[in-house]
Design a binder for this molecule. Structure first.
Ligand code: PLP
Length: 339
């Protein structure tokens, strides 16, 4: 494996793609042989079902350049399991774990010199599956494409963000698709997010669809709090995406000896804790941002300031995670697939 990385990631997240893509088709009830190709357009007619009826599911994951210059992909199995949960919810065929892992490894091997080596940077991987049967009658497709592409990225949300507790719009409702990483979930939140931005917020804190009391996610990240040193995060449900970063940080918090509570948490509770003088750290957790510190939370007309000082525990958790992914610390949880 060469020591030279391709151009360092451009500042704008998600613009730059690497040389290749991997394409695998599903037809006649089975996945066919995956093909590694130069990155380029997919020739698709406008009547494929995926463009109309929302059968489109994706993953977002990262490969890292390690201190010994090898490249590792983070938590392939966890992302593959979640992809299959999303596919199941959307009536789409599962991608076998071996196909998922082998294609990712082949793709990253082909484009390994695109994996940047600067601190905090990574090679973002976007595996996705969509319905490709040509037909416009509403039905579950019988044909699909599984595609992987990727590109170098810098961490997003480097500065602490200001968020608003959303009490009008919902991201996900009980019985819906919130726990699936399906395209429609993301299209549906663009509008309320845009409104929040117009009000001067960076992101929205989603609440439950019935009472708008309980906090669920931070934009397209899981939300976590450190309240006087206890890590508190909403328990998983069918309205919350089971984030791989969330799970990793929970385990790292446990390793640090921090108490961890996965439970419902309301905006009133956070506000009351702040008023009682407790130290509150709040952050979004996700593959793209890793840990996105929250500097303030607007709850109705009140705004709670959160702790973002240099000694905040969230930065320590982020560092623990980065050290494992880059091989600076032993991979004790067996999270890395080293190429
Ligand atoms: C809605 C939503 N919640 C949470 C997450 C965090 O998940 P992960 O840590 O697996 O990236 C993401 C991002 O992937 C997301 O889109």
């Amino acid at each position: 494996m060469t020591a030279i990385a391709k151009p360092t990631a451009q500042p704008e997240f998600g613009r730059q793609v690497s040389d290749h893509m991997l394409v695998c088709s599903y037809k006649d009830g089975r996945w066919h042989h995956p093909e590694l190709k130069p990155f380029g357009p997919l020739a698709l007619p406008p009547n494929i079902l995926g463009l109309h009826y929302g059968q489109s599911v994706f993953e977002g994951m990262k490969a890292f350049r390690m201190v010994d210059n090898r490249v590792s992909i983070f938590r392939v199995e966890a992302h593959g399991e979640r992809l299959n949960k999303s596919l199941h919810r959307m009536c789409m065929p599962a991608v076998p774990a071996s196909l998922f892992k082998d294609t990712l490894v082949d793709f990253v091997t082909a484009d390994h010199d695109w994996v940047p080596g600067t601190e905090g940077s990574a090679f973002y991987l976007r595996p996705f599956v969509f319905a490709s049967e040509q037909r416009f009658g509403y039905k579950a497709s019988d044909e699909y494409l599984f595609v992987i592409f990727g590109g170098p990225v810098e961490p997003i949300y480097n500065r602490p963000v200001r968020v608003k507790v959303e009490t009008e719009y919902v991201r996900a409702a009980t019985g819906g698709t919130g726990y699936a990483k399906c395209a429609g979930n993301y299209g549906g939140v663009l509008y309320p997010t845009q409104l929040a931005r117009q009000e001067g917020f960076d992101q929205v804190l989603w609440t439950d669809s019935q009472e708008h009391r309980y906090l669920e996610e931070a934009g397209t990240m899981n939300v976590m709090f450190l309240i006087d040193g206890t890590l508190v995060t909403p328990a998983l449900s069918d309205t919350i995406l089971n984030g791989v970063t969330r799970d990793s940080l929970i385990r790292l918090a446990g390793r640090r000896g921090l108490p961890v509570e996965e439970r419902r948490i309301s905006s009133e509770e956070i506000l009351a804790a702040g008023k009682a003088g407790k130290r509150i750290e709040a952050f979004g957790a996700g593959t793209a941002a890793v840990v996105a510190p929250i500097r303030s939370i607007a709850i109705g007309t009140q705004e709670l300031l959160c702790y973002t000082g240099d000694d905040a525990v969230m930065y320590g958790l982020k560092k623990d995670l980065e050290e494992i992914r880059t091989g600076k610390a032993p991979d004790e949880f067996k999270w890395n697939t080293v190429i």
